[in-house]
Design a protein around this ligand. Structure first.
Ligand SMILES: NC(=O)c1ccc[n+]([C@@H]2O[C@H](COP(=O)([O-])OP(=O)(O)OC[C@H]3O[C@@H](n4cnc5c(N)ncnc54)[C@H](OP(=O)(O)O)[C@@H]3O)[C@@H](O)[C@H]2O)c1
Length: 287
């Protein structure tokens, strides 16, 4: 390691404490709104630290009323005063919005995009030389603080900036850091995953009705069983196959059910679904 690199590690660039930062959320729609609410709920950022933007004046007014933060349609003004800029517009609008705020960007600011399929290199090209860009892929359970977000870093992101991005998305659930080459796979698994799991829950509930349970009871049993099983995997750290074995007694009921699942190809179907969604994410990222 060169002397300069060692010196860099000893004196990492100073990062403003979160309590003193200014944050802009450009494009505060469904996901931007979920994040904004989580910042306020968790106390990571207060109302006076946040500026949000939207496309329409009327929406700016109602959002400002709802959250008590400054909401405008002026991206450049919002970005100019911010240390951290979250980009929540639709993928096809991203380059245009970043080009417009580029004059306000400096190497000290952090851009975090949570738009699906937009690569850090595309944002860096629109932002200008040396700008730090983190890309995030959250999922919809973020709404209840039970999301999972994958983060990857662009070319100019320091460890401190990546840690800050992680703190920001920890407000809506768990975070994982991946190489950008894995972001399409993340989209296929945890991005699309809630839809796959809702179908599984719906099917389990339908099965409950089929064997005589009232629909509400069947849905509760199916959803809580899915939740509890996920919690077992996350909190015991045991391999899912081992946990499955614990439920499966010799010549019991579960093993008969498992045989049906295997015959129906559930396992292979889920693998194919994630592969296909990943492939589609790749197509959208490379039109
Ligand atoms: N929803 C999800 O589950 C999810 C998950 C992962 C990633 N994402 C990503 O999050 C991004 C937003 O998705 P969404 O579902 O939240 O969409 P959305 O609800 O349609 O939100 C988009 C927001 O952008 C605003 N907007 C449009 N043009 C703008 C501009 N030029 N300047 C400032 N704001 C502008 C819109 O303002 P108005 O309200 O005034 O129209 C709207 O509030 C997308 O890139 C998507 O890929 C979403």
């Amino acid at each position: 390691m060169s002397a300069a690199a060692v010196a860099d590690l000893e004196h990492p660039p100073a990062i403003t404490p979160a309590s003193e930062m200014r944050v802009a959320v450009l494009g505060t729609g469904k996901m931007g709104g979920i994040l904004l609410q989580a910042f306020l709920r968790s106390g990571l950022f207060t109302q006076s630290q946040i500026t949000a933007t939207v496309a329409h004046e009327a929406r700016a007014e109602s959002l400002s009323h709802q959250f008590g933060v400054t909401v405008t349609t002026d991206n450049l003004a919002a970005a100019a005063t911010a240390d951290v800029i979250l980009l929540g517009v639709k993928p096809q609008q991203m380059t245009d919005v970043v080009q417009k705020i580029a004059p306000s960007l400096t190497s000290k600011k952090l851009l975090i995009s949570f738009a699906a399929s937009v690569k850090t290199s595309a944002i860096e090209a629109a932002a200008g030389p040396g700008i730090a860009v983190v890309r995030a892929m959250p999922n919809t359970p973020a709404k209840l603080g039970a999301g999972v977000t994958a983060l990857c870093r662009g070319a100019h992101v320091s460890d401190g900036q990546l840690a800050l991005a992680q703190r920001i998305f920890d407000t809506v659930g768990r975070t994982v850091i991946v190489d950008e080459k894995h972001m399409d796979a993340v989209t296929g698994l945890s991005g699309s995953g809630p839809a796959f799991l809702y179908i599984i829950i719906e099917a389990l509930a339908e099965a409950g009705v089929n064997v005589g349970l009232p629909r509400d009871t069947a849905t509760l049993l199916a959803a809580q069983t899915t939740f509890g099983s996920a919690k077992m995997v996350l909190e015991t750290g045991s391999h899912p196959a081992l946990l499955k074995d614990e439920v499966t007694t010799p010549a019991g009921c579960t093993v008969d059910g498992i045989l049906e699942l295997e015959e129906g190809g559930l396992r292979v179907t889920l693998i194919k679904a994630v592969k296909r969604a990943t492939q589609r994410a790749r197509e959208l990222a490379n039109p």
